[in-house]
Write a new protein. Structure first.
Length: 406
């Protein structure tokens, strides 16, 4: 009897990541199991880890599944203009690719710099910028709440925390979006962000201030300017776009999902509930690159070779039917999702707090200032950005009764 051929690897750039990722992850799991063979741009092979248990194993064993990208067996096939290089870099001196004790020292430096952010000042800054952005549209009676608001708010707050001037915000937003989407503008976006960070470091070395960059420069661990600049780029990218998408995805959920229709304007609790639901069902960071196998091993019934790249399928793991047996039920505040990662390379807790304050403040200001906000287009017409990595809306058109500026 002729053996059944194995299913072909799944391209990680198809349109279904935009239109129906939940169904796509279910199909992948059905056809391939919890560890799926995929191909990246240029037919570069990798594994996408969709199983909750398998992802816990990968992120919890930094010796076997290393963050050291030098281990990758495919580097000789990667061209200099590969669009995913900003996301899967080689010899980048950032915290993403540092391992062992040096990584722990680095994580402590970042956590200490962010922990010193006054939470009341953070919320005040977020409210200030949110009100300014709402002021620009509130008299019109309609707006794109993603393009005119959510996509602009986090970076303005973060830029202030780090020490950037306000007018640099729009350029940083464009550069970050280009870099994260992993398409033709990715390398140019990375270069703009790197130049901006280098200039900020030079300014703060000359004139220290009460900001995150100055605190990182003053840290006694002895990191170089290049290392700090790389970490700031990581912090900016990880802090801006996922937070903007968290705002947009949460507002979309509250405006379109009947589970929230009755409580949309029912106070702060419904905002927190919607935000947590998004982290389970529609997490901004869908897939992450990655980990590299340090030796041959087995994972989810797959033979993984030394040097193989494993992509972290955060959304796939969050929707693993072994974990979420009833996907229609609200999670009730359960935060055992993978949306902030897991293990020693997870998002530092102070960074999670900063993101949550910005996102929650941003949503609350919208609901306070535009009390009868409603979707202006059919829910099924809403489109996503073309990225398998981050899941966010390209726009969220809304209408409301015009109100005066503050």
């Amino acid at each position: 009897m002729t053996p059944t051929p194995a299913p072909a690897p799944v391209p990680l750039n198809g349109p279904r990541f935009l239109t129906e990722p939940a169904e796509l992850y279910r199909e992948m799991r059905r056809e391939h199991g919890s560890v799926v063979p995929v191909v990246l741009d240029g037919d570069i092979p990798a594994w996408l880890v969709l199983g909750y248990r398998e992802l816990h194993q990968v992120t919890g064993d930094p010796q076997l599944f290393s963050r050291d990208s030098d281990l990758w067996s495919q580097w000789d096939r990667i061209p200099d203009d590969w669009p995913l290089l900003p996301m899967i870099g080689r010899k980048q001196p950032s915290i993403l690719y540092t391992v062992g004790e040096r990584h722990r020292e680095r994580a402590a430096m970042i956590s200490n710099a962010l922990e010193a952010v006054d939470p009341f000042e953070l919320r005040s800054q977020a409210e200030k910028f949110a009100d300014e952005l709402i002021d620009a549209v509130c008299a019109k009676g309609e707006t794109d709440i993603v393009g005119d608001y959510a996509a602009l708010l986090p970076v303005r707050v973060l830029a202030t925390l780090y020490g950037f001037a306000d007018e640099q915000g729009p350029g940083l937003v464009t550069a970050l979006n280009d870099m994260i989407n992993g398409r033709e503008g990715a390398l140019a976006g990375q270069q703009h962000l790197a130049a901006s960070m280098a200039q900020l470091l030079a300014d703060r070395k000359e004139t220290p201030a009460n900001d995150v960059v100055s605190r990182m420069l003053a840290d006694p661990s002895g990191f170089s300017d290049e290392e700090i600049a790389q970490d700031l780029m990581v912090m900016m990218a990880a802090g801006h776009q996922p937070t903007a998408d968290w705002i947009g995805n949460s507002l979309r959920l509250m405006l379109t999902d009947e589970r929230f229709a009755a409580s949309l304007f029912g106070g702060r609790h419904s905002v927190a509930e919607a935000m947590n639901e998004v982290l389970w069902e529609d997490t901004p960071t869908q897939n992450v690159a990655g980990r590299w196998a340090s030796r041959d091993t087995q994972l989810g019934g797959r033979r993984v070779r030394a040097g193989d790249l494993l992509l972290l399928g955060l959304q796939g793991a969050n929707s693993d039917p072994q974990v979420r047996t009833d996907s229609s039920a609200l999670t009730g505040g359960n935060n055992a999702h993978f949306s902030f990662g897991h293990g020693e390379h997870r998002c530092p807790f102070p960074a999670q707090e900063v993101a949550e304050v910005i996102a929650r403040t941003g949503i609350e200001v919208v609901l306070d200032r535009l009390p009868d906000i409603d979707l202006a287009v059919p829910a099924e017409s809403l489109a996503r950005r073309p990225s398998p990595w981050l899941r966010g809306l390209t726009e969220l058109p809304v209408r409301f009764t015009p109100v005066p500026v503050l």
